[in-house]
Unconditional design. Sequence first.
Length: 114
Amino acid sequence: MYGDNKILTGDAIAEAVLAYAAALGENSTTDIVEIPTSDEHGTAATAQVLLGPASQLMVESAPDDELEPEDDDLVQELVRRTAEVGGARFVDAASSHSDDPAARRLRAGPPTVS
């Protein structure tokens, strides 16, 4: 959800956008991201979203849908951008759909001290 608008997209994309938004907010910077979605008729569409410190995003679960877009290249690009802006503690958020144990770490909590 972006403001009063809902953007239907894939789980991995939503998680990666949320992680990137958190990293941008933490670093007081902004970016525009194009998110694949579908319109109310199921036609493929793209939404451009401004992300930054004032962004208020919410990810809401929806029933699985065959029209739900997935884009591994976009997810990997968002993971790269998240790391680039210093959001290392948010990088695993884009992979929470993965079975990799490292991808299941808390994404928005405080960094852990080793």
